[in-house]
Design a protein around this ligand. Sequence first.
Ligand SMILES: [Zn+2]
Ligand SMILES: [Zn+2]
Length: 264
Amino acid sequence: MSGLLQSWTTLLHSLAPKALGLTVWLAALGLTFGALERWRPIRRRQQARRGWAQDIAYFYLGGLLQPFFTVLATVAVIGCTAGLVPVGAGAWVAGLPLALRVVAMLVLGDVAFYWAHRWAHECEALWRLHATHHSPTEMDWLVNTRAHLLDLVFARVVSSLPALALGLHQPAADLQAVTAIVLTMTTVWAFVIHANVDWRMGWLEQLIVTPAFHHWHHANDTEAARNKNYAALFPWLDRLFGTYHMPKDRFPSSYGANAASIAT
Ligand SMILES: [Zn+2]
Ligand SMILES: [Zn+2]
């Protein structure tokens, strides 16, 4: 009994500083995106969006618990697939230039994410988890945090598999700084693409996922807009796999979806 109590105390002690860090992060995001959404909103809002308080809860839940479950699930999956990578492949990959490994990590990671995300829409059981993220009928930066814990873990594990399986993350010391920068940028960008901002980005929209691209992923205004734009970083993956949808110069007129309307 005292051992159990001690484990919980240790866990709580590790969670407390993390929760404090998340609070600072949330305040910085709130100030930045609050200002941006006032400056250039797609639709000006007179009152707070329904469900924003729940999204704050999702923010803490995901931030505190998701890393534990992701590590556990990744270790289990790597253990099951260890024999599938040819002997010697790791050493060959580790010898590649750093820039090439980073680009390969990003592209292969997004290919894996694309399919994890697409399955989350097309497979009934996975959609039940992913539907949480699509429940808001209005968009803003905080919608990014609204996700079922298992949905987050599933997407994270699948998208990290190519890098882990091919050893792209090795040698770790070499990549530490780059990984931290890329991780911070992609995390912030995930909030940007959900934000209620009317930015169109011209030719850049062909290269990277932008607010318009991801808003169309959440669209619920026409049949043609449903089940489109799955990529998190590279919209050309949706062109490649036939799910690209990007009307020029306009944003969706309505958002949100339910399982019956979206599952195929
Ligand atoms: Zn989705
Ligand atoms: Zn989203």
